[in-house]
Write a protein that binds this ligand. Structure first.
Ligand SMILES: [Zn+2]
Length: 204
């Protein structure tokens, strides 16, 4: 399968994973699972392979950068770990092209090439469809994560502005810490008022 699609599926896994330590091995496992599914491959010539591989490698790198950039900071490490895990098994492609060797044990390389279900003419029907699904899933999870991050930031802002909110008519039944602080503020204000009224009451 194209490295771009491995990167996209790794991004999706990272966006869904608990943390980076879970995303990394899940991403690597997804690589072999996807290579075992029907995908585009079997090139006409070495130059054809190189054309596809270079375009795919550069697209994959660009997708990595873009996915990391749009992910909120709290989720970014997991997304990067998922993408790296999913891309690493194909590291033997560039090292073979540039240095003529694979960094992996022979058993791994043999397994990796044995599981391939490749055929020509599957770019649109398989690769593009898979890529769109992974990208769509990643976009949905990332949009949700960004909304959560924005809400947390808004809640934190509201918490910081509490001193002022005690002066306004925020209902004291608001739950949680904010509510407790508002109630304490109102209590202090009531005591203040009572102490101001005390001399007046004595005179009456
Ligand atoms: Zn592979």
């Amino acid at each position: 399968m194209l490295i771009t699609n491995h990167v996209l599926s790794g991004a999706l896994i990272g966006a869904a994973a608990e943390n980076p330590a879970a995303a990394l091995p899940l991403g690597a496992a997804s690589h072999f699972a996807l290579d075992a599914l029907p995908h585009w491959g079997t090139w006409l010539s070495r130059s054809h392979f190189l054309r596809v591989a270079v375009a795919d490698g550069l697209t994959g790198l660009a997708v990595m950068g873009a996915a990391a950039a749009v992910t909120p900071p709290a989720r970014r490490a997991a997304v990067i770990a998922g993408m790296v895990g999913a891309a690493v098994p194909d590291l033997d492609k560039p090292t073979r092209i540039f240095f003529g060797f694979s960094p992996f044990p022979r058993r791994v390389d043999e397994f990796h090439s044995r599981i391939q279900d490749e055929a020509p003419g599957r770019f649109y029907s398989h690769e593009l469809v898979a890529g769109a699904l992974f990208a769509g899933g990643f976009a949905a999870l990332t949009a949700a994560a960004r909304l959560r991050a924005r809400k947390r930031a808004a809640d934190a802002d509201a918490g910081a502005g509490e001193g002022a909110s005690a002066e306004t008519d925020v209902p004291p039944e608001i739950s949680g810490r904010t509510g407790a602080r508002v109630r304490a503020g109102l209590g202090a204000r009531a005591k203040e008022a009572a102490s101001l009224l005390a001399p007046l009451r004595q005179r009456l």
